[in-house]
Design a protein around this ligand. Structure first.
Ligand SMILES: Nc1ncnc2c1ncn2[C@@H]1O[C@H](COP(=O)(O)OP(=O)(O)OP(=O)(O)O)[C@@H](O)[C@H]1O
Length: 205
């Protein structure tokens, strides 16, 4: 039984076709690479999957263990998100940025270990403005994983990483998938295919 079913979802913004109709099933515990040329709709598909954008056509259906609720209501408890824009709280330390999604959860990841795995331990008490863009991006990955979510949607999570740190990010996402989390990663990074179970490629214009 799949975790999420997308059926014929498509989206346009005025005259721009952002996403051609696409159907896909995400299975529990798989890491899926979402590829395709710039502008083919990868971010749009992630936003639709997470319920933050409404498709013009088609449906997004969660299946157990996801609750039968609109996808947008499942963030952060069930759905972790790594946005392209990173989107950390500026006024909170990295540790507190992780504490925020974890606040209502009993079963959360070990935050110290998570930060260590992503080479962030020494930045735990700094605020986002006091660390580099790549470090901020890895903190956004940690935030998405801290609740041990059922589904992670990650938009270009290695775009600000050097090769070694990109590997750390992908290894941690792979570990989440191996532990049962479904992970959908939009990326141009060729390293991703080495860690993914399969690749879905969106057609360009
Ligand atoms: N809010 C918006 N208003 C108008 N057009 C938009 C909006 N969001 C996305 N688009 C357009 O929709 C298309 C798909 O955008 P999207 O960001 O989903 O592509 P992408 O495959 O993620 O691109 P990239 O690889 O460059 O990040 C693009 O042509 C983009 O310009």
């Amino acid at each position: 039984m799949s975790l999420v079913t997308l059926t014929d979802v498509s989206k346009s913004y005025r005259r721009t076709l952002a996403l051609r109709p696409v159907s896909l099933e995400l299975e529990p515990g798989e890491l899926v690479a979402l590829a395709g040329p710039s502008g083919s709709g990868k971010s749009t598909l992630l936003m639709i999957t997470g319920g933050w954008e409404t498709p013009d056509t088609g449906t997004v259906t969660p299946h157990p263990p996801l609750p039968d609720l609109p996808m947008a209501e499942l963030q952060w408890d069930h759905v972790g998100f790594v946005p392209q824009s990173i989107g950390l709280f500026d006024e909170l330390s990295i540790t507190d940025n992780l504490a925020f999604p974890a606040r209502a959860r009993e079963d959360t990841a070990d935050r110290e270990k998570l930060l260590e795995t992503l080479d962030l331990a020494k930045f735990a008490h700094r605020r986002p403005a006091q660390i580099s863009r790549g470090e901020q991006q890895r903190a956004a990955v940690a935030r998405a994983l801290v609740t041990n979510p059922t589904l992670v949607l990650a938009d270009e999570p290695t775009s600000h990483q050097d090769r070694a740190h990109a590997e750390l990010v992908l290894i941690r996402l792979r570990a989440a998938a191996d532990a049962g989390t479904t992970v959908l990663v939009a990326s141009h990074d060729p390293l991703l295919t080495q860690h993914a179970d399969r690749t879905i490629t969106l057609a360009g214009a």
